[in-house]
Design a protein around this ligand. Structure first.
Ligand SMILES: CC(C)(COP(=O)(O)OP(=O)(O)OC[C@H]1O[C@@H](n2cnc3c(N)ncnc32)[C@H](O)[C@@H]1OP(=O)(O)O)[C@@H](O)C(=O)NCCC(=O)NCCS
Length: 155
C-alpha cells in the first residue's frame, strides 16, 4: 500500500473504468452510465491523485482507494487481483487514512445492486446503515442512485 503518484494515473483510470462497469452496469440509471465516459475517469483520476492509495506489487498497480474527507470514495481492484484479500487491505488502509485525519469513523456508499461488494463490506466489519438515495455527481448536476451507506468500525 502506498500513496498514489501522478505516474499511476493511467493504471488507476483503466482499473476504475473496468471496475466501475463491473460494479454498476444494470444497477444505475442510463444517465449515469452516459456521464461516466473514458475521459471522465481519466480526469477524476488526475484530479484526485493526492487522495488516492494504491495497492502495488513492484511496478504493477493492482487496485486503488480514494478518500474524500471522512468518506471512502472509491475502491476498485484490477479484475485479475480480485478475490485474494487485496480489497480488505486497501479498505483498511483507506479507513486508517480517514481516522488519521481526525475522524472517528469512515463511511461509503455502494450501489444496492452490487451485492458482492455489500457482502465484502459486511465481511470487513462495516455496518450497513440501510438504503439511501445517493446523488452521484455528474457534470452540471447529479443522478439519483439506489445505494446503501456503510460505516466502518470505530478507532
Ligand atoms: C469489491 C472488491 C474491492 C473486494 O475486494 P476483493 O479483494 O476482491 O475481496 P474478496 O476476495 O472478499 O471478494 C469480494 C467479491 O468479489 C468477487 N470475486 C471473488 N473472486 C473473484 C475473482 N477472482 N474475480 C472476480 N470477482 C471475484 C466475489 O463476488 C466476492 O464476493 P463473494 O465471495 O461474497 O461472492 C473487489 O472485488 C472489486 O474491485 N470489485 C469490483 C469493483 C467494486 O465492486 N468496487 C466496490 C464499489 S463500492
Amino acid at each position: 500500500m502506498r500513496p498514489a503518484v501522478p505516474a499511476d494515473v493511467g493504471d488507476i483510470t483503466r482499473i476504475w473504468r473496468q471496475g466501475w462497469a463491473d460494479a454498476h452496469l444494470g444497477h444505475v440509471p442510463a444517465a449515469l452510465v452516459a456521464a461516466r465516459t473514458a475521459a471522465s475517469f481519466a480526469e477524476r483520476a488526475r484530479e484526485q491523485v493526492a487522495d488516492t492509495i494504491v495497492a502495488a506489487r513492484g511496478e504493477e498497480v493492482l487496485g486503488f482507494a480514494m478518500i474524500d474527507g471522512d468518506q471512502v470514495d472509491q475502491l476498485y481492484l484490477d479484475r485479475a487481483a480480485r478475490g485474494g484479500g487485496i480489497g480488505a487491505a486497501l479498505l483498511k488502509a483507506a479507513a486508517e487514512a480517514v481516522m488519521a485525519a481526525g475522524h472517528q469513523r469512515a463511511w461509503l456508499v455502494v450501489a444496492t445492486g452490487n451485492v458482492a461488494a455489500r457482502r465484502f463490506y459486511e465481511r470487513q466489519g462495516w455496518v450497513d446503515g440501510g438504503p439511501i438515495v445517493h446523488r452521484a455527481p455528474v457534470p452540471g448536476g447529479s443522478v439519483a442512485v439506489d445505494g446503501h451507506r456503510f460505516v466502518s468500525p470505530g478507532r
